[in-house]
Design a protein around this ligand. Structure first.
Ligand code: DLL
Length: 433
């Protein structure tokens, strides 16, 4: 079922006219209300009046994560805070989160987009949606929640974690849809195994998984283990949260980007040049209906490809390939985003530690784990074991408190971490996904 038939199946030409109309409004809005955009447009010598066709989008300057950081927390909002109904945030690059805001209409737009998303994934009124995305500043929980309600499904706002309870309620409440990260879906499947809960005892038929990269082979595993259709959903807080793109259950081949709200582009990450459909590069989005926090040509750092071939589901919106990597080194561990540089700056504040470290990312069972190995100085190293263990614990706690990740810390003897002549390889990713 197509939730917004008129918009989702719009002929491309009409869609482009609509995009142009909405783009112009958005560009006028940010130019008039956000000093950052006015300055950036003036510097690039583009005026809102110079946007005459959709191709003119390319004249506009890019927006980066650093621009968000520089204008922390509310500097890119187009409205005063009293017009903003909701704030969300994701962990950023400096310990300060990336902050986004929604007006009443934005929340409504997002709910509609999430109803579309769920519908595209095969969810219907009458379904019972167990929403195991985290509720809170993260956009996953509330994004799915509002969408499922808009659709008329029954929502179980269980949030993430509490695995045994998830399984109990899944069985008792007859959940038909599971929404969570793909790695958590595998954890749930594994726990079911341990508890002897066979998938036949559940009513589950669809899983909508995203917020982190996952592979086709992982999809097959989850589908087999849970006896469901597993659908990939993509989104990012800066653009709206979940609800940017999703696979359709009919084809499960590429994620439809809701182009009447977001204009996607693929660029060469090194030169910034636009790339044609079919070529791989960095995804860039411009929002064209958001009020409080529109973004112009936002560089996601996510690597994908766009495909304009018609889809058998009837939607005319382009499809993006599943995102497998990022142009930068941001790590996403169990849904928490962080950069190796954040770990570094934190470690460097702690007396006794040397600036030689490596971050190991592994997959243990179905969960990603992080181990930080760091050299200590001679003095600390010759201390008694008890002291070393206490220091390890203290570093672990600081990483947890500041970055929100549970990392194992291993203090190692001076001069045991690999040295480099060129760029250091700080992250050793041993996951095979
Ligand atoms: O992860 C929004 C979301 C919530 C999407 C629930 C899907 C489901 P952020 O926390 O801002 O927002 O993280 C955004 O996560 O730039 C990608 O690198 C990554 N990401 C999100 N979805 C996928 C996916 C939410 N399906 C960042 N595949 C993005 C691969 C994904 N990576």
């Amino acid at each position: 079922m197509i939730w917004d038939e008129e918009f989702e199946t719009m002929p491309r030409e009409a869609l482009e006219s609509l995009q142009l109309y909405r783009l112009r409004k958005t560009v006028e809005r940010v130019y008039a209300t956000v000093p950052f955009y006015k300055k950036a447009f003036d510097k690039a010598k583009v005026h809102p009046s110079s946007i005459k066709s959709i191709q003119d989008l390319k004249k506009l300057p890019f927006t980066n994560k650093t621009d968000l950081r520089d204008n922390y927390p509310f500097g890119l909002f187009t409205l005063p805070l009293h017009e903003v109904l909701r704030i969300h945030a994701s962990s950023g690059t400096t310990g300060k989160p990336t902050v986004v805001g929604y007006t009443r209409r934005d929340v409504e737009t997002w709910s509609i987009l999430m109803a579309r998303t769920l519908s595209c994934a095969g969810v219907r009124k009458g379904d019972v949606v167990q929403n195991a995305y985290g509720y809170g500043l993260f956009t996953g929980g509330l994004g799915f929640h509002y969408g499922a309600e808009k659709l008329g499904a029954t929502v179980i706002p269980i949030s993430g974690g509490n695995t045994k309870r998830q399984i109990m309620l899944m069985e008792d409440f007859g959940s038909t849809v599971l929404t969570c990260t793909p790695s958590y879906a595998l954890t749930l499947a594994e726990a079911m195994d341990e508890l002897g809960v066979e998938k036949e005892r559940l009513k589950l038929k669809i899983g909508i998984f995203g917020a982190e990269p996952w592979s086709q082979s992982m999809r097959q595993q989850v589908e087999a283990k849970l006896g469901i259709d597993a659908i990939d959903i993509y989104g990012l807080s800066e653009v709206i949260g979940p609800g940017v793109s999703v696979e359709c259950i009919e084809a499960k081949s590429g994620l439809h980007v809701f182009e009447d709200h977001f204009i996607p582009e693929i660029i060469d990450p090194d030169t910034g040049d636009s790339l044609p459909y079919g070529e791989e590069g960095e995804l860039v989005f411009t929002t064209i209906t958001k009020e409080a926090f529109p973004v112009i040509r936002y560089r996601t750092r996510d690597i994908s490809r766009l495909n304009a071939e018609p889809c058998r589901c009837g939607r005319t919106h382009v499809r993006m390939d599943r995102v497998t990597g990022r142009t930068d080194d941001m790590l996403i561990i169990r849904g928490v985003n962080f950069f190796p540089s954040q770990v570094e700056s934190l470690l460097m504040e702690i007396p006794g530690l040397e600036p030689h470290y490596q971050i190991f990312v592994r997959r243990e069972g179905t969960l990603d784990t992080v181990e930080v190995q760091i050299e200590v100085n001679e003095k600390v190293f010759t201390d008694e074991i008890k002291g070393l263990e206490a220091l390890e614990k203290s570093v672990e706690n600081q990483i947890k408190d500041i970055l929100g990740i549970s990392a194992k810390v291993r203090l190692v003897e001076p001069k045991t971490i690999q040295r480099f002549e060129g760029k250091a390889k700080r992250v050793v990713d041993e996951r095979k996904i």
